[in-house]
Design a protein around this ligand. Sequence first.
Ligand SMILES: Nc1ncnc2c1ncn2[C@@H]1O[C@H](COP(=O)(O)OP(=O)(O)OP(=O)(O)O)[C@@H](O)[C@H]1O
Length: 275
Amino acid sequence: MTENASPNSALSSGQTSHAGASIVATNMTKVYGSGDAAFHALGPIDLDIKPGEFVSLIGPSGCGKSTTLLMASGLEPCTTGTIKVDGKALTKPLSEVGIVFQDHLLLDFRTAMNNVMLQQEIRGLDKAQTRARADMLFDRLGLSHAKDRYPRQLSGGMRQRVSIARALVHDPSMLLMDEPFGALDAITRTQIRHDLEMLWLETRKTVLFITHSIEEAVGLSDRVLVMSNNPGRIVEEIKIDLPRPRPAHLGEYPEFSAYAERIYKIFAKLGVYKF
Ligand SMILES: Nc1ncnc2c1ncn2[C@@H]1O[C@H](COP(=O)(O)OP(=O)(O)OP(=O)(O)O)[C@@H](O)[C@H]1O
């Protein structure tokens, strides 16, 4: 991982680089199903995410975090209200987006590099340019030695790093991450959190990040949106004013404990924690 990443590095400069997108949702709701089977899962919620911002959604299971993320990608339509990316209302799935799920979803029969280069094949991108960008992403993610390995030959953390490279290789304007580190051990999570932060500092993509981890939300975000459920709503917005890059041990900052306590208290008030 390059420690001295700057906004003018090769991954963020050049004619093909896309700046982060804005995401604005107004009175957005989601009702799944219809008639007697209708289920009001989300909202109304409002979002106002600035270009290049890193925003986390945190909340109890089932509060609509993944639903919000799918709506931001255009994969799920709003039931009422609107969601706009760079000022345009979403009416179909976006292509200028990278998505990382908890499950890496890599193809077993393709090497790490060929999994990433699948984007070039599907999207019909310039091969040499995409390969050069893939090489840079592998470098930044500490994977240069693993390009020719198959997913079964990679650790869980390495597979998620490949998923991140695949999500960024086409230079999208936003990155949507749905509990990407949820299945990783605590040590790997801390390292990959740092690596993602460095990559974000370099590329300044807009990131919408879902997590159940208070430490991860505070450790990565410019803003944390805390959600309640039935139906999912945003109950609090917390601006995280900590210097970057942030350390492995966030307890170095007294402010970290204050932010974490604030979120614990909201969860206690909502009845998420019963002790
Ligand atoms: N396609 C669907 N059809 C019907 N109900 C759905 C559908 N997708 C999600 N839901 C319901 O909507 C609610 C919100 O689901 P969602 O997956 O967005 O929550 P979440 O906060 O991401 O949960 P978790 O943290 O457990 O992943 C849940 O009650 C879920 O069962």
